[in-house]
Design a protein around this ligand. Structure first.
Ligand code: ATP
Length: 364
């Protein structure tokens, strides 16, 4: 097992006359045995960071340590890592057994019997022992991905690096493999960095998640911390489906207001909000809806625009009175609301996230 320390990592590419900043001043530690997910939109620098850790890219600046050794100058094969990619990258003409043993024959510490035993043990753990004599073309996508994982595990690496390993699988298989990978991680406990653009994978699999945007780290913490205590509007919007509601508020004499909503800032917020506007974020599940116009100050009034029935819950989209904002509210089961109903949307003050309207940073 091994800790990974990334310090001041930047990677710039030259594209003709232009410099592309793929990663900028990234700092984070992955502890021994931790499963960390790098997540963010396309082009945010996830893969480049992973490739720097793997030794497939040279950092422009910064250091990478694996097990307390600076590895910047070590080639990938000396870093004791195993990578699993989106494309399974199995050798098509080799059987599963040969794919798994490939490269291990050159290990000076392992006899042929050792290798066979390790393959057998890993194949049992992965549930692929029946497949050892087949070639990749005779396997399903999910089976091929298990073989690719098995091939990584059998090497006993210090670190696993995985780049979107499940994105070629259909939704059902992806969900199965997600659970499977989580169990596997608990069993073998190897430090893992996992890259995905899928927030569900990040939220369900990561001990911690690193949310990246435009090459910069936006937040690093447990999935619950990032979801419930987002540090900026980017993180708040990136996590959660349907997305968090963001409403621009006027701030006058310690009171925030928008449309029919009014809230007297107190304590920590009164000190933190020192501009004449702020952005308030409220998760759709934190809001409640009632019919008619509420007298409460901490409620918006509006009109139901769309009702989406999802079975266990429904999403209600509400156009607010007086301001050009549509709120989404999640309600349990089958609501008795219909399009064009006049409603009030109640905001529990403790559910509000308040952000600086210029920088997007949370105000505490
Ligand atoms: P995706 O989810 O789409 O794979 P990503 O978050 O993994 O995206 P990267 O592949 O790390 O993003 O790319 C980050 C940025 O660096 C992008 O703007 C990309 O175009 C650029 N980039 C990556 N590799 C190169 C390269 N070899 N030459 C030039 N630019 C590159």
């Amino acid at each position: 097992m091994a800790r990974i320390q990334i310090e001041g990592l930047s990677k710039h590419f030259q594209d003709g006359d232009e410099t592309v900043v793929a990663v900028e001043d990234l700092n984070l530690d992955v502890e021994d045995g931790e499963f960390v997910v790098f997540v963010g939109p396309s082009g945010c620098g996830k893969t480049t960071t992973l490739r720097c850790v793997a030794g497939l890219e040279d950092p422009t600046m910064g250091t990478i340590q694996i097990a307390d050794d600076v590895v910047n100058d070590e080639p990938p094969e000396d870093r004791d890592i195993a990578m699993v990619f989106q494309s399974y990258a199995l050798y098509p003409h080799m059987t599963v057994r040969e794919n798994m043993s490939f490269g291990l024959e050159h290990s000076t510490d392992l006899t042929g019997d050792d290798i066979e035993r390790k393959i057998q043990e890993t194949a049992e753990m992965m549930g692929i022992e029946e497949l050892l004599d087949r070639v990749p073309a005779d396997l399903s996508g999910g089976q091929q991905q298990r073989v690719a994982l098995g091939r990584a595990i059998v090497r006993d690496p210090k670190v696993f690096l995985m780049d979107e390993p499940l994105s070629n699988l259909d939704a059902k298989l992806r969900a199965e493999m997600r659970t499977y990978l989580q169990q596997l991680q608990e069993d073998i406990d190897v430090t893992t960095v996992y890259v995905t653009h899928d927030q569900t994978e990040a939220m369900t699999m990561g001990d911690k998640i690193a949310i990246l945007n435009d090459g910069e780290l936006q937040q690093y913490g447990t999935p619950a911390e990032c979801y419930h205590e987002p540090e900026n509007t980017f993180v708040a919007q990136f996590l959660g489906e349907p997305s968090i509601n963001l409403v621009e508020m006027d701030v006058q004499n310690g009171t925030m207001s928008a449309g029919t909503f009014e809230y007297q800032l107190d304590g920590r917020l009164a000190d933190a909000v020192d501009a004449d506007s702020a952005v308030v974020g409220i998760r759709p599940e934190a809001l409640t809806v009632s019919t008619g116009n509420s007298e409460s100050d901490t409620a918006f009034t509006g009109t139901v625009a769309v009702v989406e029935h999802l079975g266990r819950e429904s999403n209600i989209h509400i156009e607010l009175d007086g301001i050009d904002v549509e709120l989404t509210v999640i309600v349990d089961g089958r609501p008795s609301l219909s399009v064009d109903d006049s409603v009030s949307v109640h905001v529990p003050p403790e559910a509000m996230h308040v952000f600086d309207s210029h920088t997007g940073k949370v105000l505490r």
